[in-house]
Design a protein around this ligand. Structure first.
Ligand SMILES: C[S@@+](CC[C@H](N)C(=O)[O-])C[C@H]1O[C@@H](n2cnc3c(N)ncnc32)[C@H](O)[C@@H]1O
Length: 225
C-alpha cells in the first residue's frame, strides 16, 4: 500500500538522519574554521611583532595600572591583547570596532587568555560610543585613514579623554607615487586636524617604521590639555 503511513516511516527516519548528519557536519566544519582562524591570527601576529614595534607604541601611550585605554578600530585585537596586561586587572581596555565578527574573535581570544579587563564596543561609523571624560589613553593604529569623518571622531575622542589624556595615532604614509591612496594618510593632515580641535602635539616620528621596499609608517602622540 503506497499510502500506508507505516511505509513512509523508514523514509522519514532516513531523511531525519541525513538532516542531523548534515547539521553535525556543518557545526564541526564551522568550529574547525573558527579554531583555525584563531590559530592563524596568532601566527600572523607573531610575525607582525617583528616589525610593528608594539613595545614602542605602548610606551607612547604612557599607561599605568588601573588606566582605561581605548583601542579604536581594534580589529581582531592585535593591540588590545597587548594593552590588557599594561593596565593590569583593575584597568580596562575598550576595544571599539564596526565589525561584529572581528569583535567576536577578539572577545573569544580575550576570554581564552583570561584577559577579563577587555571589553568590546560596537562603534558607529562616526561615533565610537565612548564614555565621556573617563578615558586615559586612546590608540588608533592603521585605522585613521578609514575614518569617514575624522573631525567627528576626534571630537568624540576629545570628549572621552580625561585632561592630560593621550592619543597615539599610528598609520601609513602615502607613497610618493601618483594615484589614489586609500590605505594611508599623511601625518601632517592628522596633526593639523588634532591641533584644530585643541590637542597639544607631544611628539611625532615621521619614519616610525621604515623597511626597504615596504610601507612607511608614522607615529603621532597628542595630549588633551
Ligand atoms: C586595518 S584594520 C586595523 C586593525 C587594528 N587596529 C590593527 O592594527 O591590527 C582597521 C579596523 O578599523 C575598523 N574601523 C574603521 N573605521 C572605524 C570606525 N569609524 N570606528 C571603529 N572602527 C573602525 C575596521 O572595521 C577595521 O577592523
Amino acid at each position: 500500500m503506497p499510502n500506508n503511513p507505516s511505509h513512509r516511516r523508514p523514509i522519514l527516519r532516513l531523511a531525519l538522519f541525513l538532516v542531523c548528519a548534515i547539521l553535525i557536519f556543518l557545526a564541526f566544519n564551522t568550529l574547525y574554521s573558527f579554531t583555525n582562524t584563531l590559530h592563524q591570527l596568532d601566527v600572523v601576529e607573531a610575525e607582525r611583532d617583528r616589525w610593528q614595534r608594539p613595545v614602542d607604541v605602548l610606551r607612547a601611550l604612557d599607561l599605568r595600572a588601573g588606566n582605561t585605554v581605548v583601542d579604536l578600530g581594534s580589529g581582531a585585537g592585535y593591540f588590545t591583547l597587548k594593552l590588557s596586561p599594561a593596565v593590569a586587572k583593575r584597568g580596562q581596555v575598550l576595544a571599539v570596532d564596526l565589525r561584529r565578527l572581528s569583535l567576536f574573535f577578539l572577545w573569544t581570544r580575550a576570554v581564552l587568555r583570561g584577559q577579563h579587563n577587555v571589553h568590546v564596543v560596537l562603534g558607529e561609523e562616526d561615533n565610537p560610543r565612548l564614555p565621556a571624560g573617563a578615558v586615559d589613553a586612546v590608540l588608533i593604529c592603521n585605522t585613521y585613514h578609514e575614518f569617514r569623518n575624522p573631525e567627528l571622531m576626534i571630537e568624540h575622542i576629545f570628549r572621552a579623554l580625561r585632561p592630560s589624556g593621550r592619543l597615539v595615532v599610528v598609520d601609513r604614509a602615502p607613497p610618493a607615487t601618483e594615484g589614489q591612496h586609500t590605505h594611508e594618510v599623511p601625518l601632517a593632515n592628522v596633526e593639523s586636524e588634532l591641533q584644530s580641535r585643541g590637542f597639544d602635539i607631544v611628539s611625532r616620528q615621521d619614519r616610525f617604521i621604515d623597511r626597504p621596499g615596504d610601507d612607511l609608517w608614522w607615529l603621532l602622540v597628542a595630549r588633551k590639555p
